[in-house]
Design a protein around this ligand. Structure first.
Ligand SMILES: *Cc1c(COP(=O)(O)O)cnc(C)c1O
Length: 473
């Protein structure tokens, strides 16, 4: 062992090599050093655990081998941090994996907006400065009949901006059952505090009545707020106040009513197993003064926060100085504008917007993809894999449809010698990266979120994994 460790070249020796000198001309010195040190550390560790690394020998301690490895590490280090991944989890609006995949139309519009100048804030008819929000306002008015609309960075920003504009220094009445936390960093009480509004909780966790709101109204009240509980559902002995009842109460007391709808889908997906969730249209029709929802959850567009409502509230919301800090950028706007326009033909939208297609695709299509994947993996020669197709359910994710229950067929694999954890991590570190789930000691792929090309990539990755089923240096 000592012998091998002594044979290992030093950092200085390696840096004198012409191959490395060449790299130093292209890459920052810190990066090259980082790569060299990574390889040396790795090799040193392998030597120290030599018993478990049977293919460790003098050959792979030689300078050329170490140089090649350093080059490979450097290539990895120089790669962009944001990487494409294949989502085999079946979770459609997967927040950690970037939520919605954009439609082809939206992608094209983003590329166009990125490649040239646009009328982002320029009124072409008048030949003068225009407003950024018009690009989504027109289509949202046409889709829902709402009076006014705008879009900001995300729904958290939308909620913050609305609360700050409408209720800074005033009390906002919210049901205790709706003080939710979404994804760890969005908590209604915290956002409320930062907005400068004062939280006034009413009711209990499971039951809140209209009279609870009524009793809490006083001269300091600035807003009645309803929040979609998104990622959970209170079941059993429950009571919540419907938005239209809140609207009536608001009118009677001359108070605005706001609804944070969370996901905000335009289509009724209850026939697909989504549970009964209010659509954006129903929310607009409830008569609330301001409505907010995300652009990249069920809408299937880019990250954005939609604000719809009465012009008397949208005007001050849009001119709030915070609106500038929270504004949407042009590439996002291009994607959003294009995605919203696709909803003019709802049937086509269901086919062309990936999030909607993944939610509504027929079970037969999922079965076809499950067959394709399982037969691909089964065809790998001489492997010790067992492959089964099982009945399961997919989740919509993104706190979109908490009670959603979407029947699916998963491809489950087991290997004689390799653990599910090991296969899962090998898939994750593969290029392209493949994200699968583990269940009951099996690696599980849900084809709901996969296309045929990605299924091919998974088979290729499995082939590499099963053929290199040996401890490598
Ligand atoms: C998801 C969600 C948010 C946060 O939206 P982002 O677009 O992620 O900022 C806020 N409120 C509710 C009810 C949500 O479901």
């Amino acid at each position: 062992m000592k012998e091998l460790l002594r044979k290992l070249p030093s950092v200085d020796e390696i840096l004198k090599e012409s191959r490395i000198k060449q790299l130093l001309e292209t890459f920052p010195r810190v990066l090259v050093l980082d790569a060299v040190r990574t390889v040396l550390d790795r090799t040193r560790n392998a030597i120290l655990q030599a018993q478990t690394s049977p293919n460790l020998n003098e050959q792979n301690l030689s300078l050329p081998v170490i140089l090649s490895q350093a080059e490979a590490v450097l290539k990895d280090l120089a790669e962009p941090s944001l990487q494409r991944v294949i989502n085999a989890t079946g979770v459609i609006v997967h927040t950690n994996l970037g939520r919605s995949v954009l439609s082809e139309t939206a992608i094209k519009r983003v590329a166009e907006a990125a490649a040239g100048y646009s009328n982002l804030e320029y009124d072409l008819a008048a030949g003068e400065r225009g407003k950024r929000h018009v690009h989504v306002e027109g289509i949202l008015k046409r889709l829902t009949g709402v009076e006014a609309a705008t879009a900001v960075n995300n729904n958290a920003a939308a909620v913050l901006l609305c609360l700050n504009t409408i209720a800074r220094g005033k009390e906002v009445i919210v049901s205790r059952g709706e003080l939710v936390e979404i994804g760890g960093s969005f908590r209604v009480p915290d956002v409320m505090e930062r907005s400068g509004a004062i939280l006034r909780e009413v009711g209990t966790t499971n039951k809140t009545h209209l009279k609870d709101y009524e009793k809490a109204i006083n001269e300091r009240t600035g807003l009645l707020l309803k929040v979609h509980t998104s990622n959970y559902k209170i079941v059993g002995f429950t009571k919540e106040v419907e938005p239209d009842e809140l609207v009536k109460l608001g009118r009677k007391n001359n108070l605005p009513v706001m609804w944070d709808l969370g996901s905000g889908g335009f289509l009724d997906l209850s026939t697909y197993g989504a549970g009964s969730e209010p659509t954006v249209q129903q929310a607009v029709d409830s008569g609330v003064d301001v409505l907010t929802f995300s652009g990249d959850k069920l809408l299937g567009g880019p990250q954005a926060g939609m604000i719809l409502g009465r012009k008397t509230w949208l005007d001050p919301i849009r001119s709030n100085p915070l609106a500038r800090a929270l504004r949407i950028d042009k590439l996002t706007l291009a994607a959003l504008d294009a995605t919203l326009a696709q909803y003019l033909d709802k049937e086509k939208a269901t086919r062309d917007i990936p999030t909607l297609w993944m939610l509504t695709q027929p079970l037969a299509e999922i079965e076809r993809k499950a067959e394709l994947l399982s037969s691909g993996i089964r065809s790998l020669q001489g492997t010790s894999l067992s492959v089964t197709i099982q009945e399961d359910t997919s989740q919509s994710g993104g706190g979109a449809l908490p009670t959603g229950n979407f029947p699916t067929r998963t491809v489950c694999i087991r290997h004689d010698r390799m653990s599910a954890n090991k296969i899962e991590s090998a898939l994750r570190l593969n290029k392209p990266h493949i994200i699968a789930r583990i269940k009951e000691g099996m690696v599980v792929f849900d084809p709901r979120t996969l296309n045929d090309g990605e299924i091919g990539k998974i088979v290729e990755a499995m082939e590499i994994i099963v053929t290199t089923d040996k401890t490598k240096l």
